[in-house]
Design a protein around this ligand. Structure first.
Ligand code: NZQ
Ligand code: ZN
Length: 383
């Protein structure tokens, strides 16, 4: 097992009716900014419960954070925060709203051009404190210190990490997911699945506990996915789904193991250039990244196939291939497409555009940094 440091300060408040606990965890002595997206929180009970809990608090609202949150929109919030002396940020919505709030928190305290937080990975010395009411199981943003922001002007989508942007608390009421459009539910299942395998289907470092923690999430997702999709108001499957999503990216399963993230890095570019949803990009890219890396990943692919999908067979390349095929079939069975052509995107063009970007940035991807821009081009051509 590799060395590791584990740190996670997020207070997670989980279950039915938990939004009412907001009044206990919000600071009384600071002006609060409630940040949300395009209005989904007003179509269910989330907005009204938050507003009720905010009685007696000094707060302003900032609406209009879009999916794949825009840098440009975030900077408008920063201006208001500075003008009105806001001291605490409350995100209400999906991962996009929360990621936006994390960036706004850092940008509000940043000296210099805030785009450098993303483009140059500039050091963040401090950030405004923040909390969340998260309404979409997918990103794990509620319990991690990552944020992904897009710059519309240049078609860029970049991530950053800072311990300063951990939420102080996150509230999850699984009943808030009942209003999710089915497409977002499917996206969330796929994102959770891919987060888990990015930290598990790599190479063996003798980490049986972490392997089984990852397999527990994957098997649970496979087991509950039918109920999650088909029983809209089923509390148990939605609660289990949300806890899987949070657990997949709160730092636990990555302790002491190699991590891949090539699928995410390539997927982010597909979203930046073509606007397809985050999870849609992952469902396309993952099987091709795995096929390209089948030799590096063979033993983990076999273990994954046998333990998660009950595949039978010898410890051979053929069994690893079966595990890849089974994964793509699983995605398709959920109702998500797995080819660029399904979205009218020309694979050759995407391969050129995106590999050029990785060449310019001089970045290599994968758990052994084994993928150059040339590999990325080949992977995308097969998408
Ligand atoms: O904007 P509103 O009106 O709130 O509607 C949203 C949005 O249209 C809607 N929605 C959210 N909760 C709802 C709901 N509709 C009805 N009922 C509810 N309970 O769903 C739509 C999508 O929301 P969004 O927040 O964009 O989805 P998601 O949570 O999947 O977040 C995606 C973003 O997170 C980033 C992605 O790249 C993408 O930008 N990621 C963040 C990560 C992190 N911070 O750790 C890791 C991930 O790998 C990912 O990259
Ligand atoms: Zn993701």
């Amino acid at each position: 097992m590799n060395n590791f440091v584990y740190f996670n300060p997020v207070k997670l408040i989980f279950g039915k009716g938990t939004i009412t606990s907001l009044s206990e965890v919000l600071p009384k002595d600071k002006k609060i900014m409630l940040v949300y997206g395009g209005g989904s929180i007003k179509k269910n009970f989330v907005y009204s419960q938050i507003i009720n809990s905010l009685k007696g608090f000094d707060f302003v609202e900032f609406a209009g954070i879009e999916p794949n949150p825009a840098y440009e929109t975030c900077m408008k919030a920063v201006e208001i925060i500075k003008a009105q002396n806001v001291g605490f940020l409350l995100a209400a919505g999906g991962g996009s709203v929360l990621d936006a709030v994390k960036f706004i928190a850092a940008a509000s305290k940043f000296d210099g051009d805030p785009w450098n937080i993303l483009a140059e990975k500039a050091e963040i010395k401090s950030a405004l404190p923040l909390g969340s009411v998260i309404t979409l199981p997918a990103t794990g943003s509620e319990m991690n210190a990552y944020s992904v922001i897009s710059k519309k002007a240049t078609n860029e989508k970049l991530a950053f990490y800072s311990q300063e942007i951990f939420p102080n608390f996150s509230i999850i009421d699984p009943e808030a997911t009942y209003s999710l459009p089915i497409k977002q539910v499917i996206n969330g299942l796929v994102d959770t699945f891919v987060h888990t395998v990015e930290q598990y289907v790599t190479f063996d470092v003798n980490s049986p506990l972490q392997d089984r923690q990852a397999e527990a999430i994957l098997k649970t997702i496979v087991e509950i996915s039918n109920d999650v999709i088909n029983k809209q108001n089923d509390y148990e499957s939605r609660a289990n789904f949300f806890w899987c999503a949070t657990s997949a990216l709160n730092g636990v399963i990555s302790c002491g193991v190699p991590q891949d993230w090539a699928t995410h890095m390539i997927g982010h570019e597909l979203t930046a250039f073509y606007g397809i949803d985050h999870a849609q990009s992952l469902a396309i890219v993952l099987p091709r990244v795995w096929k390209h890396n089948i030799e590096h990943k063979q033993s983990k692919l076999i273990q994954f196939g046998k333990r998660v999908f009950d595949i039978k067979g010898k410890d051979s390349k053929k069994t690893a291939q079966k595990a890849i095929n089974k994964t793509e079939e699983f995605f398709q069975s959920l109702g998500i497409k797995t080819k660029l052509s399904d979205y009218g995107i020309d694979a050759k063009e995407a391969a050129e555009k995106i590999s050029k970007r990785f060449k310019e940035r001089n970045t290599k991807l994968g758990e052994k940094e084994q993928l150059t821009y040339k590999d990325i081009k080949n992977i995308l051509k097969k998408c």
